[in-house]
Design a binder for this molecule. Structure first.
Ligand SMILES: [Zn+2]
Length: 135
């Protein structure tokens, strides 16, 4: 059986990425993070969940997303790879935050994720040096 628990560590990784890359369209109050254990899926490190727009309308709520990391795969990755996994999932969120998904095709792949991660690394090191000179 699959068990789920909240994943504040993944949330922290995502929050930093969102701030550093200025992904302002991502409403962090409507983005949730879970860790699952006991999944049968092999080689899947994470996935993103949403619901069809009709659900949000019926429930009278705005769209939410859930990023789920699969403990057996995600937890053994190194920090850089974890960041890339989170970036990949964040890239599935469209800029309208509509509840739908950006498909992989032509947009989300090794190359585009690596490019975004490179930008993230560069910007966070700039940010760190600014913070260091201020203290
Ligand atoms: Zn994907």
């Amino acid at each position: 059986m699959i068990s789920y628990e909240k994943a504040p560590d993944v949330e922290a990784v995502a929050k930093k990425i969102i701030v550093v890359l200025s992904l302002a369209y991502i409403d962090q109050t409507r983005l949730h993070f879970y860790r699952s254990r006991g999944s049968k899926s092999r080689r899947v490190q994470a996935r993103i969940h949403g619901m069809g727009r009709i659900w949000f309308d019926a429930l009278g709520m705005l769209p939410h997303y859930i990023i789920e990391v699969i403990s057996e795969e995600y937890d053994r990755l190194q920090q850089t790879e974890k960041e890339k996994v989170v970036i990949h999932e964040l890239m599935h969120i469209p800029s309208r935050f509509s509840g739908g998904f950006v498909p992989h095709r032509g947009k989300i792949n090794r190359r585009s994720v690596d490019k975004m991660h490179k930008e993230y690394t560069e910007k966070s090191s700039t940010l760190n040096s600014i913070l260091e000179t201020q203290t």
